[in-house]
Design a protein around this ligand. Structure first.
Ligand code: ZN
Length: 372
């Protein structure tokens, strides 16, 4: 075990966040999606006893209070996921995914009296089954917005195109707007960006690598705070934390397993216990624990592994900013920390959600020789 050494925090690069007085109202939707899948489908190496990854799916309701426009960013998994394109269902079963979805996002919205007719657009971060939901449960007046290259890659839908994972009902009857690469004329952090409402309140970011057309949302929650809707840039907090900008502290309180039998709620966790779990123990306080898994045959969950790695590095720069809350779609460690729909998320900084959630992923592993 290393003795406690002070680690210098490397100053992160300036993100060049644009200035604007305009905000959007943001609500984080727990889509009621629960998935269990093999951790090594996404993550490398295997750490501790984490062989199975639990994934929820967050979506977002974004409202522009000046124009009245409303949009939904992502939809989680459709409730009747057995009605996904048949090859998709077969693949999920073959890969051992276990999926349960209690409600569709359209139901969740209606239960709280959000009229679906008022939703101007659904934005898909990307076309994977656990983000597209079931757009056919929204009126045809709700348009669908997708990232660059999605339509050429995925249309026509299955079964006309056996390689597509979309079905006709995902797009039928509604305007589908693909953002062109040339529309990303701004730069925020290392990502190309577009100003969605042209008022500085909500940006779409071109965050390549995970899938063709993978985009993120960046919502201005107060004049100088933001929520980054990270989608599938990462599937676990250990893929981007710690970083040279956000080193692991010497100890954490409350203990990341403070709700378990191994640690009491008021216990302090000495972070040296994570040293031997790290693939590179000498850097366990400044380098992320996980990389994107690349199989022996070169295959990976990422469409382009190098781009996906670069995008994770870009995400680390946002995560280093005190005024940006990163919410990746499957970050179950935020559950219980954040307020979800119908509550608003704009006051996340006052609620210290970032500080409370930052190291919770460390609680996913069985900690060896846990003794304080
Ligand atoms: Zn995905």
């Amino acid at each position: 075990m290393a003795t406690a050494i002070h680690i210098e925090r490397v100053p992160p690069p300036d993100l060049h966040l644009p200035l604007s007085p305009n905000t959007v109202n943001v609500r984080i939707i727990d889509t009621t999606t629960s998935m269990l899948c093999k951790a090594d489908y996404f993550l490398s190496p295997t750490i501790g006893n984490l062989h199975e990854l639990y994934c929820n799916a967050f979506a977002f309701l974004v409202e522009n209070p000046r124009t009245g426009q409303k949009l939904v960013f992502d939809l989680g998994v459709r409730k009747d996921w057995e009605n996904l394109a048949t090859p998709m269902v077969e693949r999920l079963l073959a890969q051992g995914f276990r999926i349960n979805v209690e409600k569709g996002v359209s139901e969740i919205l209606q239960e709280e009296h959000v009229a679906l007719e008022d939703i101007d657009a659904i934005i898909w971060s990307h076309w994977h089954f656990d983000h597209i939901g079931d757009p056919s449960t929204f009126p045809e007046t709700t348009s669908l917005v997708v990232g660059p290259g999605t339509l050429a890659a995925k249309l026509p839908p299955w079964p006309e195109n056996l390689a597509s994972t979309l079905t006709a009902s995902d797009i039928r009857g509604r305007e589908v707007r693909e953002i062109s690469s040339a529309e990303f004329t701004l730069k925020i952090g290392r990502f190309r960006a577009l100003d969605y409402f042209n008022d500085g309140s909500f940006y779409l970011l071109d965050v390549p690598g995970h899938a063709i057309g993978h985009i993120c949302g960046l919502a201005r929650t107060t004049e100088n705070s933001f929520i980054l809707m990270g989608a599938d840039t990462c599937h676990h907090g250990g893929q981007y934390r710690p970083s040279p900008y956000v080193p692991l502290p010497e100890s954490i309180k409350p203990h990341p397993r403070g709700d378990s039998v191994t640690a009491g709620p008021n216990e302090t966790c000495p972070c040296s216990i994570f040293e031997e779990l790290h693939p590179n123990p000498a850097e366990y306080r400044t380098q992320q624990f996980y990389s994107i898994r690349v199989r022996e045959d070169g295959g990976s969950v990422a469409f382009n592994v190098q781009d996906a790695k670069d995008s994770i590095a870009g995400l680390q720069e946002f995560d280093a900013a005190d005024n940006v809350l990163v919410v990746c779609a499957h970050d179950a460690s935020l559950k219980g920390i954040i307020d979800v729909f119908p509550q608003y998320a704009n006051a996340w900084k006052d609620g210290e959600w970032k500080e409370k959630g930052r190291w919770r992923f460390l609680g996913d592993w069985e900690i060896p020789d846990h003794k304080v």
